[in-house]
Design a protein around this ligand. Structure first.
Ligand code: PEP
Ligand code: MG
Length: 592
């Protein structure tokens, strides 16, 4: 699906002109930058391939693991202050990897064969990373660079090398490197970095996630750039087009200036929408809310002028080695969220653990099909003690704002009824104990499983609201794993089968006076959101970064036109046909 970004291409010229050189790579993080090049090289590790005494090397390794653990804990603390919880979790995973059994066995086997500890760690790291890179599953491929990062850290500890020894630029510069690991990004001062260029290319990797979170324009996969660049020479980075220009000439610089000016104008235009409602040209109001995963992101919700929080993912509160927080810690977190929203509607989703969001510290049996296994509300209903604790904390916090509690991955009406029953029991217990609880807490559920969409008429009669989770609804409707790139061609929210399920859901909700929001990625998609308006969604919930763009688009279309488009889309034969219909409409009507 296409996402409408304010893309400005500065790269329709590839010729060499004087000293100017143009390189093509892949955009990793959007935006434009111009600044002096700073080549960042990591120190080569003094690893000698000489044999070692297994007993002594095992002891040295143990000491190095302890040192690496302390270092990673410090990086994690720092990352939690700078990044959203979800992004900082990269280092929680690295801590787990440090003690991973498979990694430990690979190292131990090499030490037993007579290798010294540093050489054993380096080789085990390379081998394991190669295996991860070769996997079909994108989720595992993401871990390859983390294995290398952890192995590098261990080798630094074993050889007495400073991990952060690479020089930092003196002033604001464009960093050029062969590869930047998540640990390198975590210690960079974003104020001193205009752009990033790497020879390595891993758009889905965790380094890329952190670079995007910092909002630094970046291009990856630029082969030969480290050798070609000279420290201090001007370099232009176009993170949208995936282009890099070394030593740009006057013409390229003017194009860059015009493009940067365009972006500034669009940013200003969007900022002007912060206090305006999302209303279509013919007067239909569509609330625009935000999806958040951590307390650190609360400021972003206020900054973009969101109508509320449409989805707060609580499972990330538990993504550290300590497991899910206790009642008091949760109560404080929920109070903070509700107070920050200052009376605006706040949908907090109960823990959606399992499948693509496994919780460290929680015992889980190996499952052949985790996406079809114990996850979402199923997990909460089985781990009832944890569920009751979370509901109690939520209810206690409810007096501090406008709370709506949402259950994830509901499949049957019975599950929803049971969850509501438990919620009621916890409310009564609190009231009996004289603890105040708001009487206006809404109760709703996510529609992510086709079975729930089909039963939407029954569910709507018993729920205050629905929120359609298109990320999962698409995967379950089309039987296409959302993380598996081999079946990515089948995964698409514009498929008529998905659209018809959304239509069934929204129609059922409307008939019963149940509010219907959409909080999956489709709500942030320039084409998908047009259909959602046409199908009758009451709210679009997107990341804070996308909110004003979506609000602007709502304000530029007519709901009546969207209804006609949605009708045609539901009768189409394929997602491609729907895409053509929508892009044709956008081109003809010149909408943004
Ligand atoms: C969804 O499935 O669309 C959704 C918003 O939930 P998550 O992405 O957290 O699974
Ligand atoms: Mg989901």
């Amino acid at each position: 699906m296409e996402r409408a970004e304010e893309t400005v291409n500065i790269s329709d010229q590839t010729s060499h002109d004087g000293g100017m050189k143009v390189f093509r790579g892949n955009g990793i993080s959007a935006g434009l930058a111009l600044g002096p090049a700073f080549i960042m090289e990591k120190p080569a590790l003094p690893i000698e391939h000489v044999p070692g005494d297994p007993a002594a090397e095992t002891e040295r390794l143990k000491e190095a693991v302890r040192m690496a653990e302390d270092q990673l804990q410090a990086v994690l603390r720092q990352a939690r202050e700078r990044f959203a919880r979800r992004d900082a979790a990269v280092f929680e995973a690295q801590l787990l990897m440090l003690h991973d059994q498979l990694f430990a066995e690979e190292i131990a086997a090499r030490i037993a064969d007579g290798m010294n500890a540093a050489a054993a760690v380096q080789q085990a790291g390379y081998d394991l990373a190669d295996r991860f890179f070769a996997m079909d599953n994108a989720y595992f491929r993401e871990w390859a660079e983390d294995v290398l990062d952890v192995a590098y850290r261990l080798c630094c500890c074993l050889t007495g090398t400073e991990m952060t020894e690479s020089e930092q630029p003196a002033g604001a510069a464009v960093i050029i490197a062969r590869h930047l690991a998540p640990s390198d990004i975590a210690v960079l001062d974003p104020a001193g970095i205009k752009g990033i260029i790497t020879e390595a290319d891993n758009h889905a990797g965790h380094s890329a996630v952190l670079i995007r979170a910092l909002g630094i324009p970046a291009v990856g996969g630029v082969k030969g750039i480290v050798k070609a660049a000279v420290n201090g020479e001007a370099v232009l980075v176009d993170g949208d087009a995936g282009t890099v220009i070394l030593n740009p000439d006057g013409q390229a610089r003017s194009r860059w200036q015009a493009a940067a000016e365009d972006r500034r104008r669009i940013r200003e235009e969007l900022a002007g929408l912060k206090h305006l409602p999302a209303v279509t040209l013919d007067g239909k109001r569509v609330d625009t809310a935000v999806n958040l995963s951590s307390l650190q992101e609360l400021a972003g919700a206020a900054e973009c002028g969101a109508d509320g929080i449409g989805l707060f993912r609580t499972e990330f509160l538990g993504l550290d080695s300590r497991g899910f927080p206790d009642e008091e810690e949760q109560f404080e977190a929920y109070c903070r969220i509700l107070k920050a929203m200052n009376g605006r509607r706040t949908v907090i989703r109960t823990m959606d653990a399992g499948a693509d969001k496994p919780l460290p510290g929680m015992a889980s049996a190996a499952e052949a099909n985790p996406a079809l296994g114990l996850r979402g509300l199923r997990f909460s209903l089985q781990e009832e003690r944890l569920f009751r604790t979370q509901l109690k904390a939520l209810l206690r916090a409810s007096v501090y704002g406008k709370l709506a509690i949402m259950f994830p991955m509901v499949t049957t009406v019975g599950e929803f009824r049971r969850a509501k029953q438990i919620l009621l029991e916890e409310k009564e217990k609190l009231q009996k104990a004289g603890i105040p609880v708001s009487d206006s807490v809404e109760t709703g559920l996510m529609i992510e499983v086709p079975a729930a969409a089909v039963m939407a008429d029954v569910l709507a009669a018993e729920a205050d609201f629905f929120s359609i989770g298109t990320n999962d609804l698409v995967q379950y409707t089309l039987a296409s794993d959302r993380l598996n790139t081999r079946v990515a061609g089948l995964y698409g929210a514009l498929e008529p089968a998905v659209l018809r399920l959304i239509r069934i859901t929204v129609d059922a909700a409307r008939a019963k006076g149940c509010r219907c929001a959409v909080c999956g990625e489709m709500a942030a998609d320039a084409e998908g959101m047009m259909l959602l308006i046409g199908l009758g969604a009451d709210e679009l919930s997107v990341s804070p970064h996308d909110l004003l763009r979506i609000r602007r688009q709502v304000r530029s279309v007519s709901a009546a036109d969207m209804r006609k488009l949605a009708e045609q889309a539901c009768s189409a034969d394929s997602g491609e046909e729907v895409h053509e219909l929508l892009s044709g409409y956008r081109n003809n009507s010149c909408i943004i």
